[in-house]
Design a protein around this ligand. Sequence first.
Ligand SMILES: [Zn+2]
Length: 172
Amino acid sequence: MAVLLLNASMQPLNVISHRRLIILLSKERVAFLDERSQLEAAEALSGRRLPQGVVVVRLLRTIQVPRRLLRPNRRNLLLRDDQTCQYCGYVGAAAELTVDHIVPMSRGGAGDRWDNLVVACKKCNWRKANHRPEEVGMHLRRKPGPLTQEYAHIIFLRYPELKAAYEALLTV
Ligand SMILES: [Zn+2]
């Protein structure tokens, strides 16, 4: 069972544990978004059993989310770039993709900055080699920026079932 916590503004915030859900419910900080969840939670609260399946709850008051910066490691870069080569658009398995330094480190490019790192397929990385993209007629598909902890798509990549539940909610 997964519990998706939304801000009062409906922005996905996090996935929380049963225990945290019970605490938030008992403090009347959250509300359920559908009747079935409401019912299941009432049962959970009365101690009979835990809710089944996906539960979506919404905070009753908006909270400010601190923008926690993640490290631009390979895993996070693959998440940010949706496992897509940022030069040619090829979407591949993680093993088929490399991390490219836009300005090569040998030419003074930073090795640890979000704005100098992108996911590239092996072919593009080989073609680009020790060049800046513009020197070999290559272009980035979008400007690379930092990834922060609260980005909804990180949550949804890790929990696809929550993505479906959230999207269903927005289309009602
Ligand atoms: Zn490519």
